[in-house]
Design a protein around this ligand. Structure first.
Ligand code: R5P
Length: 297
């Protein structure tokens, strides 16, 4: 076989999108937790693309081990291996914050690139390290905020305000607004490390800019939900007409939906980089687009 896609449900969808053959991965977990993933069938390939999504009930470390075992297996079968992890685990551990800690994001990248020729992920958290600082092999960070913005096509540009909850989110706001005309606002968040209390620093005229408007809060990751919930509660004070959320990676999946309900959101838009039953943006299309545009396949 020349080219093949190996993976799970996302792999199958990608193979259909690109019209390429597909080999599925069969999961097996032993009683002690050890993993033995298996390719449904073997072969010799010129190019193999491995894409697997972390499942909702799956431990992130089990996902990682499974992925690494498969990559190593595929290295024996394929001349070139393209590793696609829609969500790159450990990306937020991109610095040594306290003496003695591992620089986890770099070490995970080193494990991946041992057996992959190209690495692709979506909106990798790039706060302190860029994706190119972690990997020595060619890497592609697929930005999907424009795809999230598509879901707000029915919003009026005059009434929409896109808000980033912290300075790092400026990039996300800009990306989101590339084809979506709206007022852009980035706020600054301060947390008192002793009391845990959060306060916000706003640009001028917030009340004037937000009253009666349709606010969309954008961020790359929702984990505990605290960041965007605290932002939304603070924004609510300025009496916007509606509040919506647009987030790429929903780490705790469905659990966060109940938390966000407190602010009665008009719309919540997530992708399926990690499995969750509420996603509205399928990551397969932007990944396929990227593979073709960058002439990777
Ligand atoms: C922070 O730098 C990220 O961009 C997210 O704001 C953060 O990871 C969200 O985490 P949580 O939902 O736990 O507040």
């Amino acid at each position: 076989m020349d080219k093949v896609i190996i993976g799970d449900n996302l792999g199958k969808a990608l193979s259909q999108e690109l019209n390429l053959p597909f080999i599925s991965v069969v999961d097996r977990v032993f009683a002690d937790g050890e993993l033995q993933p298996r390719l449904e069938k073997e072969g010799k390939f010129a190019q193999a693309i491995l894409i697997i999504q972390k499942k909702q009930k799956e431990d992130i470390n089990a996902y990682l081990i499974k992925y690494l075992l498969l990559l190593r297996k595929i290295k024996d079968l394929s001349e070139q291996t393209i590793a696609i992890m829609p969500y790159f685990p450990y990306a937020r551990q991109d610095d040594v914050f306290q003496e003695g800690e591992p620089l986890s994001s770099l070490y995970i990248a080193e494990l991946i690139e041992k057996n992959a020729d190209i690495f692709i992920t979506c909106n990798m958290h790039e706060h302190r390290k860029k994706i190119g600082d972690l990997f020595k092999i060619p890497v592609y960070n697929v930005f999907v905020f424009k795809d999230l913005a598509e879901r707000f096509k029915d919003y009026s540009s005059v009434d929409s305000v896109v808000i980033g909850p912290d300075e790092e989110a400026k990039l996300f706001v800009d990306d989101f607004c590339e084809d979506f005309l709206a007022t852009k606002i980035v706020i600054r968040k301060n947390r008192d490390f002793k009391t845990g209390k959060v306060s916000f620093i706003y640009p001028e005229n917030m009340a004037e800019r937000l009253k009666g408007k349709d606010v969309i809060i954008v961020d790359d990751i929702i984990s505990t939900g605290n960041t965007i919930l605290e932002t939304a509660l603070a924004i609510k004070e300025f009496e916007p007409r509606t509040i919506s959320f647009a987030i790429v990676h929903s780490i705790f999946g469905d659990v966060v939906m109940d938390q966000l309900a407190v602010v009665n959101p008009k719309r919540i838009v997530f992708t399926n980089t990690l499995e969750n039953s509420h996603y509205t943006v399928d990551i397969v299309k932007p990944i396929a687009r990227n593979l073709l545009e960058k002439k990777i396949i």
